[in-house]
Design a binder for this molecule. Structure first.
Ligand code: GTP
Ligand code: MG
Length: 200
């Protein structure tokens, strides 16, 4: 799929104020600083579309981006940002969970995980919660450029093995690097296929 247009639409904390639409939607979620906003910029090819930062906690709101006037990409605040106050953390978690549970046009959640890390408890708990709520999701490994190919492949193999201990079936997994534009086509293919299915 070619990206012809990518436009910022609205930011807010409340799912009730998200755009009213029947268009398909895909949300990026994961720990703070994992690279959600950067991946949105890489996929759309628009630098600076989603705000990024080298310090965690940059994205605090639900951000809607309209792509090709036909579907939405959503940048969410990261979870697990340790230095936030308890209240602020709880508020962000509520923003995320309300959004996921109430957004009827949300077709797939992209759970981002740093390809240098082992399975993080906060991610596995979040994925288990998605499964109990029957929300379709895929796993996206980020920052693949930070590892050698051998270490990357070993890391993913170990990640799969760890997941297999508690999951009967694993979700699709994608390897990405915003620096190298790795994984862009694969993610856009998935979105294109899912969009087609939605319109049937
Ligand atoms: P929050 O909004 O705070 O939850 O973070 P986020 O998940 O949106 O992360 P963000 O996109 O702001 O990126 C965090 C940092 O990681 C930035 O310094 C990015 O430049 C860097 N980064 C993101 N993706 C990649 C990647 O694929 N490769 C490399 N080398 N750095 C990346
Ligand atoms: Mg962000």
């Amino acid at each position: 799929m070619n990206i012809k247009t990518a436009k910022f639409v609205i930011s807010n904390t409340d799912v009730a104020h998200c755009p009213v639409t029947d268009l398909p939607e895909y949300a990026f979620i994961g720990r703070s600083n994992v690279g959600k906003s950067t991946l949105i910029n890489m996929i759309t090819g628009v630098k600076g579309l989603a705000k990024t930062s080298s310090t965690p906690g940059k994205t605090q709101l639900i951000n809607h981006f309209l792509i090709n006037d036909n579907w939405f990409l959503v940048d969410l605040p990261g979870y697990g940002y340790a230095t936030l106050s308890k209240e602020k953390k709880a508020k962000i978690e509520l923003t995320i969970t309300n959004y996921i549970l109430k957004r009827k046009n949300l077709l797939c959640v992209f759970v981002l995980a740093d390809s240098r890390h082992t399975v993080q408890r906060i991610d596995s708990e979040f994925m288990e919660w998605l499964a109990t709520k029957q929300v379709p999701f895929v796993i996206v490994f980020t920052k693949a450029d930070k590892l050698t190919k051998t270490k990357l492949m070993k890391g993913i193999e170990d990640y799969r093995a760890e997941m297999m201990k508690s999951w009967e079936e694993l979700p699709p997994m994608y390897i990405t690097s915003a620096v190298k534009s790795l994984g862009r086509t694969e993610i856009l293919d998935l979105i294109e296929e899912t969009n087609k299915g939605f319109k049937k």
